[in-house]
Design a protein around this ligand. Structure first.
Ligand SMILES: [Cu+2]
Length: 169
C-alpha cells in the first residue's frame, strides 16, 4: 500500500498546486479568489485589478491598502455615477469586507487601481500585488494579466500561467 499512499500524496500535492494556480489565497478568515488584471496600451498610466474577497469569520475587516512593484502607487477605487457621469473615486478608509460576506472587485465597480505604471501590463504575464487588511494583515497575490479591455478572465483560459487565446485576434 506504500505506493498507493505516495500516489495519493502526490495527487493531493498536485491538487493543492492546482488550487494555488486557480488563484485562491487564504489569509486568516479571508479567502481571496480569482484575482486578475488586464493588459494596458503603451503609455497608459493606470490599470485596474480585480478579485473577490470572502470573509468567513465573525468580525468585519477592511482592505486598507494595496501595493505592487508594477505601479508607483496603488489606490482602492470605486466607480460611481456623479451628476449622470460614471467616475472613479478613491475609497476613503478602504474597502469594507463585512463578516460573512463576499466583496467583488470587478470592472464597473470596486477595483484596485494601479497608478503611475512603470511599464505596460502585458497580456499573459502576472502582476504581483500586496493586499493589506486592517485585521487580517498582509498577503501577496499574483494577478494574471488578461487582454486589453477584457471584462473577465474568460477570454484568457482561467487561472493558468500562460493563457491560450480562443482567437488569434
Ligand atoms: Cu480606478
Amino acid at each position: 500500500m506504500t505506493n498507493f499512499k505516495s500516489l495519493m500524496a502526490a495527487a493531493i500535492l498536485s491538487l493543492t498546486s492546482a488550487l494555488a494556480l486557480a488563484g485562491e489565497t487564504t489569509l486568516g478568515d479571508l479567502v481571496i479568489k480569482d484575482p486578475w488584471t488586464r493588459a494596458t496600451p503603451p503609455n497608459a498610466m493606470a490599470g485596474g485589478g480585480f478579485l473577490t474577497i470572502t470573509n468567513t469569520g465573525g468580525a468585519d475587516d477592511t482592505l486598507v491598502s494595496a501595493a505592487s512593484p508594477v505601479a508607483g502607487r496603488v489606490e482602492l477605487h470605486e466607480m460611481a455615477v456623479v451628476d449622470g457621469v460614471m467616475k472613479m473615486r478613491e475609497m476613503q478608509g478602504g474597502i469594507p469586507v463585512p463578516a460573512g460576506q463576499t466583496v467583488a472587485l470587478e470592472p464597473g465597480g470596486l477595483h484596485v487601481m494601479f497608478m503611475d505604471l512603470k511599464e505596460p501590463l502585458t497580456e499573459g504575464g502576472m502582476a504581483a500585488v500586496t493586499l493589506t487588511f486592517e485585521k487580517a494583515g498582509s498577503v501577496d497575490i499574483e494577478m494574471p494579466i488578461a487582454k486589453i479591455g477584457a471584462k473577465g478572465m474568460d477570454q484568457g483560459g482561467h487561472g493558468h500561467g500562460h493563457m491560450p487565446m480562443k482567437s488569434p485576434n
